[in-house]
Design a protein around this ligand. Structure first.
Ligand code: SER
Length: 317
């Protein structure tokens, strides 16, 4: 991985993977694209940037040629709750965007990273220690697009020898870029509200368990899998990774160890609750650990301490 293209670079994952890739590989070797250019000026101005629709295969092809790209991070997608509001739009972006990247990769011999998700599982999947290879019959359009994306990655690898690699991300928690339109967004919002208002009204039930990961571990994982020896990778669709699993009640209890006055109440959003209920409580990630050395550093305690300190320092509370 020497010359990298990041599609959807201003999103939650993209903006932090882009920062770290520029730090490791040099700004001029990390080309960014997004469909917008009205946020994050430092990232846009810190190296090559193009305003491109992820579905525009011709534009992506030209950028790959011009910059001699060898690795594509395809990160443009609608998240689960947004996708339910616009199922056809979600299918269009999540699938046609991915196919555009896979086609360019086939043409130019690039490796492709695609994020899948805990959303690629459904109510008939084993909920506890969800295996790497198991039943995938999701009930959200987001999940349907993620399973289809996994199958496309397998197909392009077996049929065309494209070097496809992917991760089934849990909810990603960051103190830099906010998520947008996901079911796991509560786990980020709760820290900001705890610092600012000492109270959070949660849209999921207090006992809803989901896998989560802290952004530094998510970024390391996305880079580690692309740096891995291709011959070691048996799975070309996407790997389970699981850093921690918790529910809102537990997260609130950990927050109280830093902010004792913090309280939580609940106003359940039935759409996002139904999505969360259809997802695993906790995945098993043995394949990721063995095939490319996934080793998360943060658990709920250390992530909570870091989130609260960082937000408090930044906001001068
Ligand atoms: N964080 C995502 C969502 O909630 C799951 O991949 O939609």
């Amino acid at each position: 991985m020497q010359r990298i293209l990041i599609i959807g670079a201003l999103g939650q994952l993209g903006s932090e993977i882009a920062l770290e890739c520029r730090r490791r590989y040099g700004a001029e070797n990390v080309v960014l694209t997004d469909i917008r250019n009205d946020v994050n000026r430092p990232l846009i101005e810190g190296g090559p940037f193009y305003l491109v629709d992820a579905r525009d295969g011709k534009a992506i092809d030209e950028i790959v040629r011009r910059h001699k790209i060898d690795t594509i991070y395809h990160l443009a997608a609608l998240l689960s709750a947004r996708a339910e509001q616009d199922p056809l739009g979600a299918w269009n972006l999540n699938i046609n965007g991915l196919i555009a990247s896979l086609e360019v990769a086939r043409e130019h011999g690039c490796a492709v990273f695609t994020p899948s998700s805990i959303g690629a599982f459904g109510p008939t999947t084993p909920k506890q220690f969800t295996p790497q290879d198991t039943i995938q019959r999701p009930t959200s359009i987001y999940g349907v697009s993620k399973v289809s994306g996994e199958l496309l990655c397998d197909y392009y690898h077996h049929r065309w020898d494209v070097d496809t690699r992917g991760i089934r991300f849990p909810g990603v928690i960051s103190n830099l870029t906010p998520p947008g339109g996901g079911t796991t967004d509560y786990a980020v919002e709760i820290y900001y509200e705890a610092v600012r208002n000492k109270h959070y009204t949660c849209f999921l039930r207090g006992d809803t368990y989901l896998d989560m990961i802290y952004m530094p571990d998510a970024v390391d994982a996305a880079i580690a899998i692309m740096e891995a020896d291709p011959s070691a990778l048996r799975h070309r669709n996407a790997f389970n990774i699981a850093a921690m699993s918790f529910c809102p009640e537990e997260q609130a209890a950990y927050i109280r160890t830093h902010i004792p006055e913090f309280t939580i109440s609940y106003a359940i959003d039935p759409v996002r609750q139904a999505i969360a209920d259809s997802w695993p409580d906790c995945m098993e990630d043995y394949a990721a650990r063995v095939e490319w050395g996934f080793t998360p550093r943060y658990d709920l305690a250390s992530m909570t301490a870091d989130m609260i300190k960082t937000i408090t320092d930044r906001e001068g509370v």
